[in-house]
Design a protein around this ligand. Structure first.
Ligand SMILES: Cc1cc2nc3c(=O)[nH]c(=O)nc-3n(C[C@H](O)[C@H](O)[C@H](O)COP(=O)(O)OP(=O)(O)OC[C@H]3O[C@@H](n4cnc5c(N)ncnc54)[C@H](O)[C@@H]3O)c2cc1C
Length: 446
């Protein structure tokens, strides 16, 4: 059997490795348009913060290891341009311009996502950067070195934009951030968002939310981001306004699309064509709280879906349960985390949400070094179910979010969650963990 995979990063290489490990006789062919496979895109902001670290530190397993040790037919520099479902082939062009065609028995589309480019002039000027592929990281690193960047503008204020503002500040670069929507971190409860905003501003970042961007211009090596009512200047502009799924191949092949035009897959990761699977950032998923289709481009689900596809190609009938949208990021001294729904999403999904915000501490009352933690918790008045949690604080946030994430998978009520036997010792939490305090408070409103 021939298992063909388009895309050689998290989802694609997870599927290839697992399939080959479980069935060494399987013919596994991976097409990757770049020269890079299996690297940590998530590590790029931290790598960029340190001029002495080579970008290739982030390669988890180089291409030759997949070829020589795992016997995977990995073809880098091969871009797939068409899927022909009738004759079960894919066609494309190599980096040298040679056309190729290959037939498949089972196909996996693992093409990931691409940065969104705003529809304005100047988005491809030299010095205007995007951060998605490892090659993008190398390009930014080289540009900063060669142009001695001292001032940069970031368009966007999402998690990658915020991780990058910290990375640039660490290199002593002056940073201004701008976006058209007026609200900073609109998915976050305003009290928590305001804690993040204060810290970002305290580090000297200029935040300009609510400014429509008209164009980017370049004069004498200086880029100018032109807004309706002001201009911002820098030697480098990073556009980080989100990503969109690379679903064009699937769309052209007539496969069904889901939310945000991600490729629609069932719980077995099958597309609307049973011989074709899709996994990772290009595909949708089921939300474990709403049960509905959603699109959340994050790393764990890409790796997990890759494994499940490999098992299913080998006839195991594995289902993936779904995602809670659990995410965490760091910005300066803060850890910012969420899982499940915020109250607006809960309302849109048909729940009757109640929510609270509590302020607690990362360590016991009298223990030195304790930091504030803000917790926002959302529950459903009708069923008592826990629907979502957000947290911000200087310590004890990143991994604490995993407890409510598990509770969401178990469909726990807030009451049941409040009874959980969570760990306590003074250096790690108050005796009533901040999550338990939040659950106890929320119960009063349900
Ligand atoms: C800066 C940054 C920070 C991040 N931080 C985090 C984090 O902290 N936590 C987290 O969970 N996630 C994070 N992510 C997201 C995470 O990296 C992605 O969710 C994950 O890489 C998705 O894996 P994937 O295999 O689906 O797609 P990708 O990693 O995008 O890989 C898709 C591959 O397909 C190739 N491809 C596309 N089209 C074709 C074609 N037609 N032919 C051949 N090859 C093709 C691409 O070149 C690419 O190599 C971050 C992403 C970035 C960019």
């Amino acid at each position: 059997m021939k298992f063909v995979i388009i895309g050689g990063d998290a989802a694609g290489m997870s599927a290839a490795s697992r399939a080959k490990r479980r069935a060494p006789e399987l013919d596994v062919i991976v097409f990757e348009q770049t020269q890079d496979v299996s690297y940590s895109a998530c590590g790029m902001p931290y790598n960029l913060a340190d001029p002495s670290r080579p970008m290739d530190d982030l390669v988890v397993r180089p291409a030759h290891v997949f070829r020589e040790k795992q016997n995977i037919d990995l073809r880098t520099g091969h871009r797939v341009e068409r899927i022909n479902r009738q004759d079960k082939t894919v066609t494309g062009t190599t980096i040298e311009g040679k056309a190729f065609t290959i037939d498949y028995d089972k196909l996996l589309i693992a093409t990931g996502a691409s940065p969104v480019k705003p529809p304005i002039d100047g988005v491809d000027l030299p010095g205007v950067m995007y951060l998605k592929l490892l090659e993008d990281g190398r390009r930014i690193k080289a540009f900063m070195k060669e142009n001695n960047v001292t001032k940069a503008v970031i368009i966007g204020m999402g998690y990658i934009a915020l991780e990058m503002c910290e990375a640039l500040r660490e290199r002593g670069i002056e940073v201004a951030m701008v976006k058209p929507r007026p609200v900073f971190l609109p998915w976050m409860h305003p009290e928590l968002a305001s804690m993040v905003k204060d810290v970002v501003e305290a580090h000297g970042i200029q935040l300009h939310a609510g400014h429509e961007i008209k164009a980017i211009e370049r004069h004498n090596g200086i880029l100018k981001v032109i807004c309706e009512d002001m201009d911002l200047e820098g030697q480098m502009v990073l556009i980080a306004i989100g990503v969109k799924p690379n679903s064009e191949l699937a769309e052209e092949a007539g496969l069904q699309l889901g939310p945000s035009k991600a490729i629609a897959v069932d719980r077995h990761l099958r597309t609307s064509d049973p011989e074709i699977y899709s996994a990772g950032d290009c595909a949708d998923a089921f939300h474990i709280v709403t049960g509905k289709r959603t699109w959340v481009p994050l790393a764990l689900r890409a790796n997990r879906a890759g494994w499940a596809v490999a098992d299913n190609v080998l006839g195991k009938h594995v289902e993936v349960e779904g995602i809670a949208g659990t995410a965490v990021f760091k910005v300066f001294e803060l850890q910012v985390a969420r899982t499940g729904l915020n109250s607006r999403q809960a309302e849109e999904a048909g729940f009757e949400p109640a929510e609270i915000v509590i302020k607690s501490r990362s360590r016991a009352h009298a223990h030195p070094g304790s930091k504030s933690i803000l917790v926002n918790m959302v529950g459903d008045k009708k069923s008592g179910r826990l629907l979502g949690v957000q947290m911000v604080g200087e310590e004890g946030v990143a991994h604490r979010i995993n407890a409510p994430a598990v509770a969401l998978h178990a469909q726990m009520t807030v009451d049941k969650f409040s009874q959980c036997d969570l760990a306590y010792a003074p250096p790690f939490s108050p005796v009533w963990d901040p999550l338990l305090t939040a659950a106890n408070q929320l119960m009063k409103q349900l």
